[in-house]
Design a protein around this ligand. Structure first.
Ligand SMILES: [Fe+2]
Length: 397
């Protein structure tokens, strides 16, 4: 039996002309009980549409873990590493996720106090709220009036030792109801975006790449990011831009010799552009907070070289402010209000997304007593990301 794919509904804020292939709702099949051929269809649909939605689904943590593992059968551990997560109390990730005792690859995330859940007697969850992470904050009155911010744009990845997960599965068990909130970008742009309470906001790395200028595309296909060792401990004192897209540079990063021990071989270097091997599309996928250095290849195909190419002889950027300003310049157009898909969660929604093709952010603020409960699963991949090939570099550099 083939699976049924329907378009997902978009908010009026979104530019549908850019999102024709983005997102599908999967009907008439339970992702925990797929029969012959159905998984292959689902996998192809996921990498073709980047985000799949199942509505009104009952899904156990074991089913969720097994489903995610099917996309990468040789993967085993949670994307941030179960053991390292449990030990790394200093990491900024640790405050927001906790492992389920019986299925440690599935994390519990959300907001508020939950009792007697999957072997956990009581747990108090904390939804990321921008004043904990941003350099500036909205006023208390604005926040009470329904204004909010993107918390932190990212792909799910440890970016040290472990390879970025291929797929993330987010399953909503408790979704508090409330009026729309308004994301205020706060970067001098006047950009605002109405969002459902507690939305997860997604942007497409493909669109982010497609809308770059030729000059920036040329740089993107030649650039490699080096991420810091234990990046989420390295930046634990740093503060983010009001867009949630990268960090203000104030010299607050932890000196490398004060981090937990690390090995040079485990440091991650990834191309800025990741190739979707199902569609052949290029996606701009740079973690704007964790990046520490940029290496740029020289132009190789001089007859095709873009005019005004940046760094025609190649180069290396090590100044953090210069790195972050450049990444912000490249990524900011891709989070414009009309290019953000804010998912309107309903209870028992499962969203599966291509973690190597999208970026996402927690959004919103909950009132006292509002409880949000989600199960999240992603697994450190068994193989590394794929960058642009020679033909891509020849075409775009
Ligand atoms: Fe995430």
């Amino acid at each position: 039996m083939t699976i049924t794919l329907l378009p997902i509904s978009f908010p009026p804020s979104l530019d549908p002309t850019r999102f024709g292939q983005f997102g599908r709702e999967v009907k008439d099949v339970h992702p925990g009980h797929l029969n012959g051929g159905q998984f292959e269809e689902l996998e192809k649909a996921l990498y073709t549409h980047d985000l799949l939605l199942f509505r009104n689904l009952d899904l156990t943590p074991e089913e969720q873990y097994k489903l995610v593992k099917k996309f990468d059968p040789n993967s085993e551990h949670y994307g941030h590493g179960n053991r390292s997560l449990d030990k790394a109390t200093e990491s900024i990730i640790h405050s927001y996720v906790k492992s389920l005792p019986f299925v440690p690859q599935v994390q519990i995330i959300g907001h508020g106090t939950v009792q007697n859940h999957e072997g956990i007697e009581e747990i108090t969850l904390k939804h990321g709220r921008h004043p904990e992470f941003h350099k500036t904050s909205l006023s208390t009155e604005d926040e009470a009036g329904g204004f909010t911010r993107f918390f932190r744009w990212h792909m799910d990845a440890a970016l040290y030792d472990l390879a970025p997960p291929k797929v993330t599965a987010l399953y909503g068990l408790k979704v508090p109801r409330g009026p729309l909130q308004t994301v205020r970008y706060g970067d001098g742009s006047r950009d605002e975006l109405p969002v459902p309470l507690g939305t997860t906001a997604f942007v497409s790395g493909k669109i982010m790449f497609d809308i770059l200028s030729d000059t920036m595309k040329s740089l993107a296909v030649r650039a490699t990011a080096t991420y810091a060792p234990h990046p989420f401990q390295w930046i634990k004192n740093s503060k983010a831009f009001s867009t949630g897209l990268g960090l203000v540079s104030e010299g607050l990063e932890m000196p490398l010799d004060l981090l937990p021990s690390w090995e040079e071989e485990k440091i991650k270097k990834y191309p800025f552009v990741w190739k979707n091997t199902t569609t052949g599309h290029l996606h701009l996928q740079v973690h704007p907070c964790a990046i520490k250095e940029i290496d740029i290849q020289p132009l190789k195909y001089l007859k095709n070289a873009k005019r005004n190419a940046l760094y025609p002889q190649g180069g290396k950027i090590t100044d953090l402010k210069a790195i972050r300003d450049l990444i912000h310049e490249m990524q900011r157009p891709g989070i414009a209000p009309q290019l953000v898909y804010p998912h309107a969660w309903e209870e028992k929604d499962l969203v599966l997304f291509n973690n190597r093709g999208l970026m996402h952010s927690v959004v919103g603020v909950f009132r006292e007593g509002q409880v949000r409960l989600f199960h999240q699963c992603n697994l450190a991949a068994s193989s590394e990301v794929v960058g642009p090939n020679e033909a891509d570099i020849e075409k775009w550099a």
